[in-house]
Design a protein around this ligand. Structure first.
Ligand SMILES: Cc1cc2nc3c(=O)[nH]c(=O)nc-3n(C[C@H](O)[C@H](O)[C@H](O)COP(=O)(O)OP(=O)(O)OC[C@H]3O[C@@H](n4cnc5c(N)ncnc54)[C@H](O)[C@@H]3O)c2cc1C
Length: 419
């Protein structure tokens, strides 16, 4: 019998590729009629990159992305508060990557289709619910071509259908919409000259106004690269907000005025925003951590299980780790409830900690500390905040997110004992 995967996003496709490596039969059902390169930039932490390498897409990743070399925090005046090396430069044995989310999804999809029969991934199949039986589980989908309900039986059902998961909705009917913290993110890509190391990820500002940016490609011959940016403003969270749709396009006039004086000698946020033609709006939403993901033969994975604020480069990375860990337990225990429970036991506590740490300002909590102490202006940052305090902030988040360098370098990829 088969593992049924609902959703062909980053998590669902990584699970499919992992099960293919383990020769465990599976079928994927995806609501979209085609895999288009949707989204803008995302970051992949070294622990997730190691798993993608183990899936055999090292060359593909190098083709579509760029190795991140540095992470930095800057005040709203563009002044340096904290910088640290990332990926190989930080001593990890595998790099951190910045990449276009949709191109990564397409790379995973094309790789999977190249290794399997095309009908392993069923596009245009929108899941509407499921039924658990004694010795099987059934996914129900609307076929978007025929508009008819179709059902598919398997040993286990894995909901990888994102933050608005239909399976999660059936499991938790009273949960309602994702929770908004009042911040709106506008995201875009501009062709411009990269800054600092040419592979730096920077966060500028403070809790109520922020600009995050990093290149997701190497420089062209003209010196420009694809620069991913996110402009963020905080509003009253009591106000109504638009539903969390990753593909909602808006005009820059909605927020540009707030960034008119954000132009520094090393990066020009105003210009990056002005040069961008397609801008996407997304509310900063997550959901409360669950106490349980597994119900008989059904479990949740990635954003369906633990949607978190997109602030710590964890969304895609954690979906990849979930997929590999679940594949591990399916291989060890078989395609049964026990395997799903073992996966949940390993991953739920860790992802809960990440979700809660991201609510607590994630890796950039220092920005507001500096804003509170000097409104972003200083001659020497050490007069505002001590080196010890700076280092303590940085370490705190890394230990929660499981990004310990030695631990990662001294361990192998999750499925290494089977492949
Ligand atoms: C279109 C899109 C654009 C995104 N852009 C960004 C971005 O720019 N920056 C960022 O940080 N994160 C972005 N994300 C979210 C990011 O991809 C995830 O946080 C992360 O990769 C975790 O992956 P996931 O597989 O759990 O969820 P997702 O990557 O969200 O994948 C979920 C998949 O399930 C499918 N699906 C949804 N409902 C159903 C259903 N009822 N039946 C079947 N299939 C269903 C979706 O079409 C999608 O392919 C985007 C997600 C999407 C879907």
């Amino acid at each position: 019998m088969t593992v049924i995967i609902c959703g062909a996003g980053i998590g669902g496709l990584c699970l499919g590729l992992s099960l293919q490596q383990l020769k465990i039969p599976f079928q994927i059902f995806e609501a979209s009629g085609s895999i288009k390169p949707l989204g803008v930039g995302i970051n992949l932490q070294p622990n997730a990159v190691r798993e993608l390498y183990a899936l055999g897409i090292k060359d593909g990743l190098s083709r579509i992305g760029i190795q991140t070399e540095e992470f930095g925090l800057f005040s709203k005046k563009g002044l340096e508060i904290w910088t640290e090396p990332r990926g190989l430069k930080a001593g990890y044995s595998v790099p951190q990557f910045s990449v276009h989310r949709g191109e990564l999804q397409k790379l995973l999809y094309d790789t999977l289709i190249g290794r399997m029969k095309r009908n392993t991934v069923n596009l245009g199949m929108k899941a509407t619910g499921y039924k658990n039986f004694k010795s099987s589980v059934q996914l129900q989908c609307i076929n978007r071509n025929t508009n008819k309900l179709e059902t598919f039986d398997g040993d286990a059902l894995i909901a990888c259908d994102g933050i608005n998961s239909s399976i999660r909705k059936q499991l938790f009917p009273d949960e309602g919409e994702p929770l908004w913290n009042g911040a709106i993110l506008w995201r875009g890509l501009a062709l411009a000259s990269p800054f600092r190391t040419d592979a730096s990820m920077v966060m500028i500002g403070h809790d109520t106004q922020r600009f995050v940016s990093y290149p997701i490609s190497k420089k062209n011959t003209d010196g420009n690269a694809k620069i991913n940016w996110i402009a963020e403003l905080k509003f009253n969270p009591e106000k109504p907000w638009s539903k969390s749709d990753w593909s909602k396009k808006v005009d820059k006039s909605k927020f540009l005025n707030s960034f008119l004086d954000w132009s520094f000698d090393w990066i020009d946020p105003l210009n990056l925003i002005s040069e961008t033609s397609s801008i996407y709006e997304y509310p900063m939403v997550d959901r409360d951590p669950l106490e349980k993901w597994t119900f008989e033969r059904t479990t949740l994975l990635g954003d369906a299980a633990h949607p978190t604020y997109p602030v710590g480069s964890n969304g895609a990375s954690q979906a990849i780790i979930d997929a590999r860990k679940l594949a591990f337990h399916l291989q060890v225990t078989g395609t049964n409830e026990k395997a799903l429970l073992n996966y949940e036991k390993e991953m739920l506590p860790l992802t809960t900690k990440i979700t809660l740490a991201n609510r607590d300002s994630g890796p950039d909590a220092l920005l507001q500390v500096v804003e509170d102490r000097c409104a972003g202006s200083f001659n020497d940052v050490q007069e505002i905040i001590s080196q010890n305090e700076l280092e303590a902030h940085s370490q705190k988040y890394k230990s929660v997110a499981g990004l310990n360098i030695e631990k990662l370098n001294n361990s192998n990829s999750i499925l290494s004992s089977f492949i």
